[in-house]
Ligand binder design. Structure first.
Ligand SMILES: Nc1ncnc2c1ncn2[C@@H]1O[C@H](COP(=O)(O)OP(=O)(O)OP(=O)(O)O)[C@@H](O)[C@H]1O
Length: 691
């Protein structure tokens, strides 16, 4: 018996769903909450909504009651926690439903327009997104400019009033003649006469073209012309009726009074239920809903196949998106010139600041072999051959060291203590003589000979880098002086250049894409485009295409300045160097996409991209060889996107290796894997990040 009842219940629900699908929009037992799983905040609580085709549906309710939430579920940008929703016969967001898509015109609450574009450019962009021809768009634009009393088509959106911007937003949602029109507060800030005209136009659209219109408004009485109004309070409808029936049933003068009466009744009922059963109406309905739908077996849905993910890049949408990106760049040309010049400035700064040895570092010395009467003057040039201390000092004296002579050892040490010199050096009075003796006797030389033939050095070690640099310089000078032996200078500029080139390209691309995508999200444009059926992959592809132009220019600038102007060594094929650098720019772009899609706030995105810069520079072997890091960090380092490419570029540039060497091609493979990974993650986040 119980089983029969259950079967009957399931049949009733299934046939109810079939009827539901005939309406333009049909929602049953909808629940939606925000917040966390532990602390949910219910906004929609068991809501039912029926919107027949070809009518105007006024969705009314106090601010914060959940109207926008319902609309975003209808256009497929948010998911219900439970319940059923059908829009134009399908479930929004499901394969083949057509929602999101051009069948739906959506005017969000935010302006959602590119404020740097003109009115005409805005119409063109949205028209092309919807697959319209340019002449059809022009015709529509002229009609709306006249109808909505808008200024000339060349006016820039930024310079229009708030009301004018909203009217353009309204016109844009109507441009493609959608089957379903969703308008979130279309008449805010609009002159009463124009509001009347808008309503007349909407009524005409519904009557003549069978367009279904759902709109929210705070002006209750303007909905007298709506076919049905839904009065929403406490996450559900108080009533869903024609305005005439509501006025008649409750025997009042205005819809405001109907709302007031229904709200009072709802409050009364709530109090009674709590008193009677000790539970709220919502709690009871929610429990019933759960029980009922646990038994309901949902219809089989068509699954998304792999080809559905691959089949993107619709030509008209790609044309519109790419055109929009280039136009946006053109409108912000100053910023983009700066972005292209930035790598040149960075390369120049890098080559001039990192690597070259510090110059004119003062060293005080006391040479007891010479008997100068003047205090602290330079060592004499062309001193006699047998004064070896003098020859050593001559070898030391170049741009790096400034040898300052002192009379006594004490004076030289005091100079170091006072911070006037980085080191003090002394030669005994018999230095040359003892040096020759030591040279002749070799290991046989006694301690006294060794001591007197040694140039003693005291260093100020407060700045280790400078101290080691001076010591290294002295050692070379000594080797040159003693054995005339030439050692190659291990140049830090050339060591760090590959890593720095990749870091510059990578992070400039990150900054560029984070900026572009966050801008789209901030202005509500992303949401608007997604509702029109633009695929996340198309948005990312179009951004990649446009940003690629910038990355190519940046790469050219960096490489020309590094190799041509600053003579950074490049022994290997320049083709592979350029290719690896460009691939890293692409990888940076995709990393930027991940950051921009993960972060809700622009500020968080900036922190995340800046915060990732320093660890990557430190851990990817850019400033210091990976082999010199702590063992744990070494493993961690290999899991970062710039480590292998840096090694690869270093091998190409310094060693002149070809791409067939493992160390080189691993850099390319690693970059490609990271790029694909970042891209997939960002497409998935864009696709599934809904409320
Ligand atoms: N993303 C979100 N995260 C958490 N809470 C949210 C989110 N979006 C909306 N809310 C909350 O849900 C409730 C309903 O919001 P919603 O925007 O749907 O109301 P509304 O009826 O459209 O309001 P208004 O008329 O002022 O636009 C509000 O209390 C709001 O603070």
């Amino acid at each position: 018996m119980a089983d029969e009842e259950e079967i009957k219940l399931v049949e009733t629900i299934s046939s109810g769903i079939e009827t539901c699908k005939q309406h333009a929009v049909c929602i049953r037992n909808a629940y939606k909450s925000y917040g966390t799983r532990r602390h949910p905040y219910a906004v929609i609580k068991g809501l039912n909504m029926t919107v027949p085709k070809g009518i105007i549906y006024g969705l009314l309710g106090a601010s914060g009651c959940g109207k926008t939430t319902i609309l975003s579920c209808i256009v497929g940008r948010r998911n219900l926690d439970s319940g059923d929703i059908f829009v134009l016969g399908g479930r929004p967001g499901r394969k083949g439903s057509g929602v999101p898509g051009p069948k739906v015109g959506y005017m969000p609450q935010e302006i959602a327009l590119y404020v740097d574009f003109s009115i005409k450019e805005t119409f063109y962009y949205f028209g092309w997104i919807n697959g319209m021809t340019t002449s059809a768009i022009k015709e529509k634009m002229n009609f709306f400019l006249d109808f909505l009393q808008l200024p000339g088509p060349k006016r820039i959106i930024r310079n229009l009033s708030g009301g004018q911007q909203r009217r353009i937003s309204l016109a844009i949602s109507l441009v493609q003649d959608p089957e379903l029109l969703i308008l979130d507060e279309p008449t805010v800030g609009v002159d009463p006469l124009l509001r009347e005209n808008i309503w007349t136009h909407l009524v005409k659209l519904a009557a003549t073209k069978n367009v279904t219109i759902i709109l929210t408004t705070h002006y209750i009485d303007e909905t007298k012309d709506a076919g049905i109004i839904g009065l929403m309070r406490g996450g559900k409808f108080l009533a869903e009726e024609t305005p005439e029936n509501l006025l008649k049933t409750y025997n009042v003068e205005s819809l405001e009074d109907v709302f007031l009466k229904l709200s009072e009744i709802q409050e009364q009922q709530r109090a009674e239920r709590v008193k009677e059963r000790g539970e709220t109406i919502e709690a009871r309905t929610e429990t019933q809903h759960k029980k009922r739908f646990q038994k309901y077996v949902p219809e089989k849905e068509e699954r998304w196949g792999i080809m559905d993910y691959v089949k993107f890049a619709n030509p008209h949408r790609m044309k519109a998106l790419t055109w929009k990106n280039f136009l946006w760049m053109w409108r912000n040309v100053g910023m983009f010139v700066f972005v292209i010049l930035l790598p040149i400035i960075e390369t120049i700064l890098y080559c001039l600041t990192i690597g070259p040895d510090p110059e004119y570092l003062q060293i005080s010395y006391a040479n007891y072999e010479l008997n100068f009467s003047k205090k602290c003057n330079k060592p004499p040039k062309n001193c006699s051959f047998n004064l070896l201390s003098c020859r050593f000092l001559e070898a030391l004296e170049d741009n790096s060291l400034d040898m300052v002579r002192c009379k006594t050892k004490k004076e030289a040490i005091e100079n170091v203590r006072d911070g006037k010199a980085w080191g003090a050096m002394f030669f005994a009075s018999s230095y040359s003589q003892e040096f020759q003796k030591r040279f002749e006797e070799g290991f046989e030389a006694n301690d006294e000979t060794v001591n007197l033939s040694t140039a003693i050095i005291h260093m100020d070690m407060s700045n280790q880098h400078i101290a080691y640099m001076i010591m290294r310089h002295m050692l070379w000078a000594y080797l040159e002086f003693s054995a005339n032996f030439l050692i190659l200078d291990p140049d830090f500029t050339n060591f760090a250049a590959p890593g720095l080139i990749l870091t510059m390209i990578f992070f400039l691309a990150v900054a560029l894409t984070v900026g572009a995508l966050m801008m789209e999200r901030k202005e509500g444009m992303l949401e608007r485009c997604l509702v029109l059926g633009v695929l996340p992959a198309e948005i990312l592809l179009s951004l990649t295409l446009t940003q690629c132009v910038i990355v190519c220019l940046q790469t050219a600038m960096i490489l020309i300045f590094s190799f041509v102007v600053f003579d950074i060594i490049v022994e290997g094929s320049i083709f592979w160097v350029v290719l690896l650098t460009l691939l890293n720019g692409l990888c940076g772009m995709c990393f930027g996409f991940v950051i921009a899609t993960v972060c809700e706030e622009e500020r968080t995105a900036v922190y995340l991209s800046m915060g990732s810069l320093l660890p990557i520079i430190m851990l990817c072997g850019i400033c210091w060889p990976v082999e010199g890091m702590h063992i744990i960090l070494r493993y961690w380092s290999f899991a970062l996107p710039l480590t292998f490419p840096t090694e690869s570029l270093r091998a190409l540039m310094a060693r002149g290796w070809g791409v067939q060497k493992t160390k080189v091609y691993v850099g390319f493979v690693s970059t490609i894997i990271w790029t694909a990974g970042f891209l997939i993650v960002s497409v998935l986040i864009l696709k599934y990040k809904r409320g």
